[in-house]
Structure formats: structure tokens, C-alpha cells
Design a protein around this ligand. Structure first.
Ligand SMILES: Nc1nc2c(ncn2[C@@H]2O[C@H](COP(=O)(O)OP(=O)(O)OP(=O)(O)O)[C@@H](O)[C@H]2O)c(=O)[nH]1
Ligand SMILES: [Mg+2]
Length: 527
């Protein structure tokens, strides 16, 4: 029974959007509610010199963008909250997609001045495919943006999901007066300070704001919406067929409290999870979980590696012995931590839905399942993106060979980049989905491993794997390059489509395997 109660309290969600819509700013405000921080930092550390907590990496502060997902846990009004701030930029979408495997719902942020943007569509599709309930927060109402009705239409048309506005903005930009909280039948007045004051609808008539033409127009607009719009249905929300929509400003902040209080009530608690062959209930007494992310050097003082584990069932207890499904080996989970804003606390116990950090001596891989007791199956595989751009990498200073190797090994383990070795002439080739990944790689090699790296582009390439018995090095050259992957399997990096076709025609007996063809994520979301 206790197990069930613990599971019910958990709310684990990710914040997603196109770059710059305000995910990190929103996360920072939510941390305030959890009393994890006393004052909110900003993405670029403006005004106060204080940076947003979830953009902890050096390069994130410098550029004012998120390049990696970060997790924070806190208690809020009887709930145990696990929040994941994700990067919006498409070059980091592999990290974002993996994070989506670890959550039970998402908050989709839309910039009211821009509407639906490219990356929002891609991320939305992934959520939809996984059946993750989606809550929408339309942000930046403190600026002149698009009409609320237009925005709803756009969500319905472009994303093909029913919307239900939980509240409705009264004006925007300089004339932003507040929001009508439809769901609670009250007016939330914007008066420039951070506290939200709630006025029951039948008391608004005694306030000056009720005389304001903007207010009156909004009330009329809302009456139309009541008549013509969809009905709210929590069942449909949880099935991913309807999205509750909230309006506000993460920066002001305004409407964030109204949003979060409602969201936390409605958001689903952890449900059953699929393994390769079975379904595991969150209150199954046997512990299980999977690793969806590995991060090196989160703490510059310790330079350790942390594996992010999503608990899926049972009870986690510090010091417990678990089995690593991939190898069958037993591992003691002694060093563990919660992610509480900038500091990290030891975590003694955790339940389904929780995301905890386990110390990684180098034994884990992304996608690994940890389990105990009768459970045997691994959780479904995590999405992997095909690298498209390739660069030859060397250390500028040969004396730094040791740090160079360590840095590459760790960043490859994180999945920040992918590594290939030339064959038969050994050389290191790294693959990435986008250019920003190389920038981050170079920056982190310098910052975290003290190595300057030289990158030499070999351009966009098409990777195709070979059967080991069909490998014949004499067939390949610079144009169609033979390399080995991390597992030691051979693949060819074809120069372009033409080179690939030419090779296929000439050697019809050699099977070329597209490892990513079976990857559904790739098909639907990566253009
Ligand atoms: N005017 C206004 N600006 C906002 C608001 N919310 C966020 N911003 C600004 O928008 C910019 C981007 O905000 P972030 O929170 O970094 O956006 P993000 O979604 O985390 O971006 P990525 O992590 O790079 O994808 C920053 O300059 C914020 O200060 C808002 O409600 N109003
Ligand atoms: Mg961010």
C-alpha cells in the first residue's frame, strides 16, 4: 500500500519547446516554488549576475542557451516533483528525445510572439507517438504577441490536437491586465509584483478593471469560447488527445503559479512501463529502472560521472544490490544523489517516477536497465540519431594524449558525440547530428579536460554497416571510408548518395545495413 501512495505523489515531467521560448526561465520560477532557491537567476545572468540554475554548464551561461537536459527534484504541496529542463536546439535533440523516455508528461512552451515553431512540431510528434500527455503554456504575454484565438487555432491545425484554454489573457504587452482563470472561475490580476492575487469572478464587478474595455471584450470573447469551444476532459488530456492551455509570462513572472497549481493536480503519476517483452507496474515490489543520460564533470570539484536513472518500479534504497541487465553483473548502488538545484543531496530512497543520479565508474551505458528480484527484462531501447557530419579529430599538443583520450572516451559515453576509428590506418573520427555539438565538444575538451583539439571536416556522410564476413578493406578509400564503431563493427562512410549507389551497383553481393532505418524517431522527426 505504501508503495502505491509513494507512486501517486510523484510528478515527473519535461519542459519542451523551440529554442528561446522560455523553458529555462520557467524552470527557474518553478524552483522558487519548491523553495529550492531564494531568488531566480536569469538565462544570461543579466541584472543580478545570477544565472539560471538549470543552465549550469559553462558554455550554457556564455551563450544563454541550454545544451543539455538537467534534472531537479523538489517537494511541492504534497507532491514529489521531478522536472527536466531540455535544450530546444535541434542539434541537441537526441538528448531531449532520450529525456522524453523518462517522463510521464510534458509542458510545451509556446512563445506568444512567434506561435508554433519548427522544433515544437518535431518534439510534439515524439510526445504524441509515445502517448505522453501534453500541457501547453503560452509564454511572453508581457509582450505584444499574436491573438490568443489565432494561437489556439494554430495549435489545433498544425499539431492536430484539441485545445482547452484553462485560462484566458486579458490584453497583452503594455496593456496586459491579467488572466481569467476559467477553470477556477476567478480573475488573476497582474499588478506587476510576483504574488498572484485571485479575485472570484462575482467580485470583479466591484473593481475598476471591470470598467476597462479590454477586460469587457475579453469576457465576451470567453463567453463565445464557452459556447463554441471543446469541453474539458481529463481523460482526453491523459490520453494525449487534448491539451490544456495556460497563458502567462515566465519572466514577469505571471500566471506561472496559476499554471503550476493546476498542472500538478492534473499531471499523471507514473504508470506501467514496457520492457522488451512485458509490462512492469510502478508498484511492482521489485526495483527496476533505466539510465537515460550520463553526464561527466557536473561538479568541477569532483570531476565525476553521473548516470541519470529513472526509477520504474519498486523501492530504491541506497546501498542496494542490483543487476545490470546488459551484463548480468551485480552492482552495489552506494553513491547516489538527488538533484536539488545547484547542490546535490544523497538520496536514501526513491520510488517509481523519481530520477536519481548514480555514481558511474564507467560501467554504464545510456539505455542500461538496472533491476532486482524476479524482474529480468530490459526496458525498451532509447532513440539514437544517425550522425550526419563527420570530422577527424586530433590533439593539438601530443603531450596531452592521455587527457585527450579520456575526454573523448567520456564524452562519447555521454552520447555527446559518436566516435569511429579509421581502418586499417587508425585515426579518430567523430560524428554528430549538428555543428553546435562540435562547438560544445571543443569547448568542453578545453574546459573540462584541458586539451585543445583540432577538427578537420570530412563533410556530410552516409553511414552504412557491413557484415563482418564481407569486409574487404581494398574496396574503400577516402571517398568511401572504412571505419569501426565503438563496438568494433565495421561501417562505411559514403561520400554522398551517388557514391552509395555506385557502390551498390558494383557490389550487389555486399549487404549495406542502415542501422537507423528501423529507428522510428528518425523517420518521423528528423528531417
Ligand atoms: N519578455 C519576455 N521574455 C522572456 C519570457 N520568458 C523568457 N524570456 C526571455 O527569452 C529568452 C530565452 O529564454 P530561455 O528561458 O533561455 O529559453 P529556453 O527555452 O530555455 O531556450 P533554449 O534552452 O536555448 O532552448 C531569455 O532572454 C529570457 O529572458 C517572458 O515571459 N517574457
Ligand atoms: Mg534553456
Amino acid at each position: 500500500m505504501e508503495l502505491q501512495e509513494q507512486v501517486q505523489k510523484r510528478k515527473t515531467f519535461a519542459i519542451i519547446s523551440h529554442p528561446d521560448a522560455g523553458k529555462t526561465t520557467m524552470t527557474e520560477k518553478l524552483l522558487l516554488f519548491g523553495n529550492l532557491i531564494r531568488s531566480a537567476g536569469t538565462v544570461k545572468g543579466k541584472k543580478t549576475g545570477k544565472y539560471a540554475t538549470s543552465d549550469w554548464m559553462e558554455i550554457e551561461k556564455q551563450r544563454g542557451i541550454s545544451v543539455t537536459s538537467s534534472v531537479m527534484n523538489f517537494d511541492y504541496k504534497g507532491h514529489k516533483v521531478n522536472i527536466l529542463d531540455t535544450p530546444g536546439h535541434e542539434d541537441f535533440s537526441e538528448d531531449t528525445y532520450r529525456t522524453l523516455t523518462a517522463v510521464d508528461s510534458v509542458v510545451m512552451i509556446i512563445d506568444a510572439t512567434k506561435g508554433i515553431e519548427a522544433q515544437t512540431i518535431k518534439l510534439f510528434k515524439v510526445c504524441k507517438m509515445r502517448g505522453i500527455p501534453i500541457f501547453t503554456f503560452i509564454n511572453k504575454l508581457d509582450r505584444e504577441g499574436r491573438e490568443p484565438l489565432d494561437l489556439l487555432d494554430q495549435i489545433e491545425e498544425v499539431l492536430n490536437i484539441e485545445t482547452y484554454p484553462m485560462n484566458w489573457p486579458v490584453g497583452m504587452g503594455k496593456r496586459f491586465l491579467g488572466i481569467l482563470d476559467r477553470y477556477h472561475d476567478r480573475f488573476v490580476q497582474f499588478n506587476g509584483n510576483e504574488e498572484e492575487s485571485y479575485i472570484p469572478m462575482d467580485e470583479v464587478s466591484s473593481l475598476a478593471v471591470s470598467e476597462d474595455p479590454t477586460y469587457q471584450e475579453t469576457v465576451e470573447e470567453l463567453a463565445l469560447l464557452d459556447e463554441a469551444g471543446d469541453q474539458f476532459s481529463l481523460e482526453r488530456v491523459l490520453a494525449g488527445d487534448q491539451t490544456p492551455v495556460f497563458f502567462g509570462s515566465a519572466l514577469a513572472p505571471f500566471g506561472v503559479q496559476t499554471f503550476f497549481d493546476t498542472f500538478i493536480q492534473m499531471a499523471p503519476s507514473p504508470g506501467p512501463r514496457r520492457t522488451v517483452e512485458a509490462v512492469v507496474s510502478p508498484d511492482n515490489p521489485d526495483f527496476s529502472g533505466f539510465i537515460f543520460k550520463i553526464q561527466a564533470n557536473m561538479n568541477p570539484q569532483h570531476r565525476d560521472r553521473i548516470a541519470f536513472l529513472r526509477v520504474c518500479s519498486g523501492r530504491f534504497e541506497r546501498g542496494m544490490n542490483v543487476t545490470l541487465a546488459r551484463t548480468g553483473k551485480s552492482i552495489r548502488l552506494g553513491q547516489t544523489q538527488q538533484f536539488v538545484a545547484s547542490s546535490r543531496d544523497t538520496v536514501e530512497e526513491a520510488y517509481a517516477g523519481d530520477i536519481i543520479g548514480v555514481y558511474d565508474p564507467g560501467s554504464y551505458r545510456i539505455g542500461d536497465t538496472l533491476l532486482e528480484g524476479k524482474l529480468k527484462e530490459s526496458y525498451d531501447e532509447l532513440p539514437q540519431f544517425p550522425p550526419e557530419m563527420f570530422q577527424r579529430v586530433t590533439a593539438k599538443n601530443v603531450m596531452k594524449a592521455k587527457q585527450f583520450r579520456k575526454g573523448i572516451e567520456q564524452l562519447v559515453q555521454e552520447g555527446a558525440i559518436q566516435l569511429f576509428r579509421g581502418y586499417p590506418m587508425d585515426s579518430m573520427i567523430i560524428g554528430a547530428v549538428g555543428q553546435l555539438q562540435y562547438d560544445v565538444f571543443q569547448h568542453r575538451m578545453r574546459n573540462e579536460y584541458n586539451v585543445e583539439v583540432l577538427l578537420e571536416s570530412i563533410g556530410d556522410r552516409i553511414p552504412r554497416w557491413l557484415r563482418s564476413e564481407q569486409v574487404d578493406p581494398s574496396l574503400f578509400d577516402e571517398r568511401n571510408m572504412l571505419v569501426k564503431d565503438r563496438e568494433g563493427d565495421f561501417l562505411v562512410l559514403f561520400k554522398n548518395d551517388f557514391a552509395l549507389r555506385w557502390f551498390t551497383d558494383k557490389h550487389p553481393d555486399i549487404e549495406l545495413i542502415d542501422l537507423y532505418e528501423v529507428n522510428q524517431y528518425d523517420q518521423t522527426t528528423h528531417s
